[in-house]
Design a binder for this molecule. Structure first.
Ligand code: ADP
Ligand code: MG
Length: 254
């Protein structure tokens, strides 16, 4: 499998705080990678480097074999990296027909937003890509009025419509009902079939083990271990995490 994303020697400091330290990660095409580790390990920061929210203090990012300097979310989106954020709970007053196309507006020949076309495409996304059948949700619904699972659905629909190569999910099941969680995990698993890749963060090792092909353990800003699903059982993975926590060591295999 060919590498879709490569992170080489990534460091990220916030002032004096070294949050990421020499992180090296590869993600192949059609691969689902789970990023696991304690609170404060640097998982969200790493994901924000990938989505262009944070510029790394040093290190290189390669996407589809080319070095890229990610400067903004809009730019990484354009390249094919789509994020589903932990901060999705932030209230958003935007209607769906606007929100889905934020940063990728459909414009007419005069450069203005083509409202009619955006509404029509948004309707298609709701129906065909997300499968919303409830009459209560229309293109005029605001993000704020959706449930957690519905918000996730919108983010997924968007990534499918724009044909993203890499879907980045930061705790996508947080605060969701059991049924909604199931839907999210099925979506993540289904990405492989489309030869899309995903990097996802989840605290629940059962979710992680079920959905991912590979696990990367991040500990205090460093990659502490990496395992393919076929080389480790779920119980062993849990054991490794506990060992890491109790020993205070940086590498799982030290
Ligand atoms: N914008 C920021 N400014 C300063 N410190 C930050 C910022 N974002 C994250 N941090 C710090 O970086 C560390 C890692 O945070 P984060 O990446 O959110 O961890 P995780 O997602 O693994 O819980 C934490 O100590 C956090 O306080
Ligand atoms: Mg986080």
């Amino acid at each position: 499998m060919e590498d879709l994303l490569q992170l080489k020697n990534i460091y990220k400091d916030f002032g004096n705080v070294k949050v990421l330290k020499d992180v090296n990660i590869n993600i192949k095409k059609g691969e689902v990678v789970a990023l696991i580790g304690d609170n404060g390990a640097g998982k969200s920061t790493l994901i924000k480097v990938i989505t262009g929210v944070h510029k790394p203090s040093s290190g290189q990012v390669y996407f589809k074999g080319n070095e890229v300097v990610l400067k903004s979310v809009a730019q990484s989106r354009k390249m094919g990296i789509e994020a589903v954020y932990q901060e999705r709970a932030l209230c958003d007053q935007q209607e769906l027909w606007r929100n889905i196309f934020a940063g990728r507006e459909i414009t007419n020949t005069f450069g203005f937003i083509d409202i009619k076309k955006q509404r029509k495409e948004a309707e298609k996304i709701l129906r065909d890509y997300i499968g919303f059948t409830s009459k209560a949700i229309t293109v005029d619904s605001t993000i704020m009025g959706l449930s957690g699972g519905e918000k996730q659905g919108v983010a997924f629909g968007r990534s499918l419509y724009f044909d993203s190569d890499l879907i980045v999910l930061d705790e996508p099941t947080m605060g969701l009902s059991i049924q909604e969680t199931e839907k999210v995990l099925n979506f993540v698993k289904g990405l492989k079939k489309e030869n899309k890749s995903a990097i996802f963060i989840d605290h629940n090792i059962i979710h992680v083990y079920g959905a991912a092909d590979r696990f990367i353990i991040l500990d205090r800003g460093e990659v502490a271990g990496e395992f393919n699903k076929n080389e480790i059982s779920r119980d062993e993975l849990v054991k490794k995490m506990i060992q890491l926590h109790e020993s205070g060591k940086i590498k799982v295999n030290d």
